[in-house]
Ligand binder design. Structure first.
Ligand code: SAM
Ligand code: DTB
Ligand code: SF4
Length: 336
């Protein structure tokens, strides 16, 4: 470890963690400097540590397959600098009204037939309206009846909305913090970090599992990546599912043309997520189409145990199913 004042033990925890406090009354489990010390480790040591944690809590050769669908595409009023669906940016995304329950059910059935066990429904909203919630609950129940795990990502939620989604059978709600609190304002101005935390609390209070992660490769520093992981790892409890996205650069968005982040930094971020959130499903999310098979294999070694599966994410491409199946065969991995 290069960090002088923070020495981590085998699990990466501070030996004197008790002495660190978040605020007067709330102890912190992971200090940002502690996470930065992980990210600064020699690569092999970091991966070894992550792999040890991974094997203690998970099957090291199994990956969960989750398929995404965009149930309402484009025209979003928010200004997320990475997003091709924001109405204010001129991208090639064509706006599409909300899909029917039958269309979503057909897509989920096809995803299941291809081997997916989880189905995630995304919508380009700042947050859903009541009539949207009613349609979403019908979609969620239909997908749940197929025996698949259900996930939705619909923007900000109020407590009552979260409860309705939970009652319909929603297993996970995805709502990302995206980056560190400090860097956040460079990326999004139309909603605050605190708004995101409030939605996560509403989801938690409704008894729905939390799926929350972020994006790397948006021009942030390593310290900012440590800041994101610290926020996630210090949630009480930490998320059950942590998607780590590698920015997909889409022409027309403000982040298009950002200097490409070295993929080893992405692998390091996965490892830090695995070490600090040992029981979580850590998802190697967007950006796989730009990654070599070798980098993806390193992500699995670093503790990723879930991927998005299917030829499309929400609006951008993902590796072909056949390609993924070949990769799993080469690596001797199976689906969960
Ligand atoms: N509108 C909802 C919201 O923002 O919460 C749900 C959909 S939104 C597209 C879900 C997440 O996808 C975002 O929070 C972001 O983390 C991720 N995402 C969006 N565009 C991306 C891109 N170009 N590259 C990587 N991840 C992206
Ligand atoms: C998440 O963290 N990544 C997924 C899912 N949650 C909804 C979305 C990635 C979107 C990539 C850009 C697109 O396809 O529009
Ligand atoms: Fe809208 Fe979500 Fe895209 Fe932000 S990430 S612009 S909220 S669809």
């Amino acid at each position: 470890m290069r960090c002088d004042s923070f020495t981590a033990d085998q699990t990466g925890h501070l030996k004197n963690a008790d002495s660190i406090t978040h605020s007067a009354d709330k102890p912190v489990r992971w200090h940002i400097k502690e996470i930065q010390a992980l990210l600064d480790m020699p690569f092999n040591d970091l991966i070894f540590q992550a792999q040890q944690v991974h094997r203690e809590f998970h099957n090291a050769n199994a990956v969960q397959l989750s398929t995404l669908i965009s149930v309402k595409t484009g025209g979003c009023p928010e200004d997320c600098g990475y997003c091709p669906q924001a109405a204010r940016y001129h991208t090639n995304v064509e706006n599409q009204d909300m899909l029917s329950v039958d269309d979503v059910l057909a897509a989920a059935t096809a995803a299941k037939a291809q081997g997916a066990t989880r189905f995630c429904m995304g919508a380009a909203w700042r947050g859903p309206k009541q009539r949207d919630i009613e349609k979403m609950t019908a979609m969620i129940s239909a997908v749940k009846d197929l025996g698949m795990e259900t996930c939705a990502t619909l923007g900000m939620l109020k407590p009552g909305q979260a409860k309705q989604l939970g009652d319909a059978g929603l297993d996970y709600y995805n709502h990302n913090l995206d980056t560190s609190p400090d860097y956040y304002k460079e990326i999004i101005t139309t909603r605050q970090y605190k708004d995101r935390l409030n939605t996560l609390q509403a989801v938690r209070d409704a008894g729905i599992n939390v799926c929350c992660g972020g994006i790397v490769g948006m021009g942030e520093t390593r310290e900012a990546r440590a800041g994101l992981i610290a926020q996630l790892a210090n949630l009480e409890p930490y998320p059950e599912s942590v998607p780590i996205n590698y920015l997909v650069q889409v022409e027309g968005t403000p982040l298009y043309g950002t200097a490409k982040l070295d993929p080893f930094e992405f692998v390091r971020t996965i490892a830090a997520a695995r070490i600090t959130m040992p029981k979580a499903m850590v998802r190697l999310s967007a950006g796989r189409r730009e990654m070599s098979e070798a980098i993806q294999a390193l992500c699995f070694l670093a503790g990723a145990n879930s991927i998005f599966y299917g030829d499309k994410l929400l609006t951008t491409g993902n590796p072909e199913v056949r390609q993924d199946q070949t990769l799993f065969e080469k690596l001797g991995m199976q689906s969960l």
